[in-house]
Structure formats: C-alpha cells, structure tokens
Unconditional design. Structure first.
Length: 341
C-alpha cells in the first residue's frame, strides 16, 4: 500500500510560484492587495499542490482565531440577509471568517450565544441593536473583545454602533404620510420589548403625529411577530375597527406585505382605499403588488462598515467609533392621498 504523500507546505507553494512566503500569505489572506498576475500564479500553485493552510499554526502565531461571531435575531426572512452578506464579504477580504447564529428574538438565547462564541475564540462580535441586560454588557467588557452593534445607531451606547437612527427615519416617513392628508393612522409593529429598533420606530411615528396636532397616545397599534401572516392578521384587525385607518404604517416590509395580502382578501384597493408603508426596503418591497413605499436602509454599506470597524478594533486594539448612516424614503405605489382629502 503506497504511503500517503506529505502535505504541501507554504514553502512548497512559494517555490513553485517563484515568490516569497509572505506573498503567498497575502494572496491567501488579503488577495486584493496582490497584483492579479502574481495572485493567479500563486493560486495555480496552491491548486496543483493541493495546499491547505495550517489554520492552527496561524492562530498560534497571531494569537487570534481570525473568526468573528455575528448574532442576528432571526433567519426566517431577508431583513438581515443583505447586510450580513456584505459583512461576510468584507471579513473574507481581510482574512477573517464569520460564524453566525440566531437568537430568535430571545435575550437568553443571545446571551448564551455570546458566551459560546467567545469561548470558541471569536476575535469579536457583531450584535443587533442595543437592548440587552446590563449584566451582559458587564460580561462583554470583562472579556475585552471588540463588539459592534448594527441596525441601530446610538451615540451613548455602551458599545460602538454602525447603524442608523430608527426614530428619525420613521418620523420622516410618517411626515410624508401626514402631508398627504392622512389623519386616521395606525401601525403594525414588531414586538418592542427587548427590541430598540421596533420601539424607536413607534416613537418616530408618534413624534410626527404630535408635531401635526394628532393624538399620538390614541395611535391604534398592534405589536406582532415579523411574519407575513402576522402582518395580515394585524391589518385585518385594524380594518375591522369602527373607525378604519386611512394609512397603516408597518415596522418592516415583511409586515407590510402581509398587510397588502390582507387588503386584497378584504377587497380593499391600495392606495385608493388605504395606504400601506413598510420599512427596510428589502427586495420584497420592490416586487410587492403594489410596490411598497418604505424607508431605504443602507444594508450593504452598514454590513461593510461594521466589518471594517471590528477589524480595526481587533488589529489596532482601539475602542471603535460609532457611525450614523443616512436613510431615505423610497416612494412607490402603496402610498397615496387620504381618501377623505
């Protein structure tokens, strides 16, 4: 029986490609920093020799695992997909790997996943939003590992954030709704307990109502899970009230699509009979019928900037700087003038 061939080494690849071992390392860990001709020559040698980098040796030499954990609230829909993809792409370009897990919007699950990822040697963490127990932040500070929050900007947060202002973003959308003559306004929101993004979007709508002399405390509001069917059920309940709203603002596009489906079932025309708006501007918003007016969130830029922030904190041992990214209103077909205007 033939003896197994010895595994190729970094030196073997360097000799075959006619470059230094440092150049091979750059090609594997930061290919964008190597000219195309050299990169192709090195990668050809890697393939010919079946070279596999010695990850354990790299970890020991650098005293880092080159992995970053990301804990998101859900994988059930596309809310976080685009941003997380950009986050992963930027990490890969700098030689890092992403480990992702989902907390299902359960704080105790998120805390367990934080501890597990750090125990497995993650160099840093990406978390969503700022709502969590003080004890969790105390634990993160004791671990002295970089942590960044995304999808919610907070200047005074205990960890730096790369996100956007959910409150002012929803207020801007509500202002557009009110300008079109809507006075009977309702909202379908995600569950706000433990979710600062949902809570701040509710606050933003109420801010706009107060600014225009409307009774914000009387806002018809249903909090529910971020699911299409949940949005449909909430919309049906709102439209069964004695005084129907002329506009229903939804906490995200998933809920808004559910509202559109319910309107169709009830024989209501959107926006002629009732307007519906979303938040996030995921692809679902563009293909909905009618297309959703929504708040455009810079998902990819947020993911990319969050990755860069974490890498900078890991490699320079800095504290990190918060970034407030702009949003804008994407006006489409689901928002129109109030029927009573």
């Amino acid at each position: 029986m033939p003896r197994p061939k010895a595994a190729a080494t970094l030196d073997d690849v360097a000799r075959k490609a006619g470059v230094s071992t440092a150049t091979v390392s750059r090609c594997l860990n930061a290919p964008e920093r190597v000219v195309k001709a050299t990169r192709e020559k090195v990668m050809s040698a890697v393939r010919d020799l079946d070279y596999t980098p010695n990850f354990a040796a790299r970890v020991m030499a650098a005293k880092r695992s080159f992995t970053i954990g990301a804990i998101i609230p859900t994988m059930d829909n596309a809310i976080f997909a685009r941003g997380l993809q950009a986050f992963q792409e930027e990490l890969h370009a700098h030689g890092y790997t992403m480990l992702v897990s989902s907390s299902a919007y359960r704080p105790e699950a998120e805390e367990e996943q934080i501890r597990t990822l750090l125990a497995r040697g993650a160099d840093g963490l990406l978390l969503i939003g700022h709502d969590r127990e003080t004890a969790v932040y105390d634990y993160l500070e004791r671990q002295m590992k970089p942590v960044v929050a995304a999808w919610s900007y907070r200047a005074d947060g205990r960890i730096p954030s790369v996100g956007f202002d959910n409150r002012t973003s929803m207020r801007a959308l509500a202002e557009e709704v009110i300008k079109l003559g809507h006075r009977n306004i309702a909202m379908i929101s995600g569950i706000s307990q433990g979710n600062d993004r949902a809570r701040l979007r509710i606050d933003g709508l109420r801010d706009a109502m107060r600014a225009h002399g409307l009774d914000a405390d009387a806002l018809p509001l249903i909090e529910t899970r971020y699911e299409i069917e949940s949005g449909s059920e909430a919309f049906s309940e709102l439209m069964s009230a004695p005084q129907r709203p002329s506009a229903v603002l939804c906490g995200n596009d998933v809920l808004a699509v559910g509202a559109l489906l319910a309107a169709r079932r009830m024989g209501l025309r959107v926006p002629q009979d009732v307007s519906v708006t979303g938040f996030d501007d995921i692809e679902l918003a563009q293909i909905a019928q009618p297309a959703l007016t929504t708040v455009h969130v810079p998902h990819r830029e947020m993911g990319r900037r969050a990755a860069l922030a974490l890498i900078e904190m890991i490699e320079s041992e800095g504290k990190g700087t918060s970034v407030n990214l702009p949003t804008f209103i994407e006006m489409r077909d689901s928002l129109g003038p109030s029927p009573s205007r």
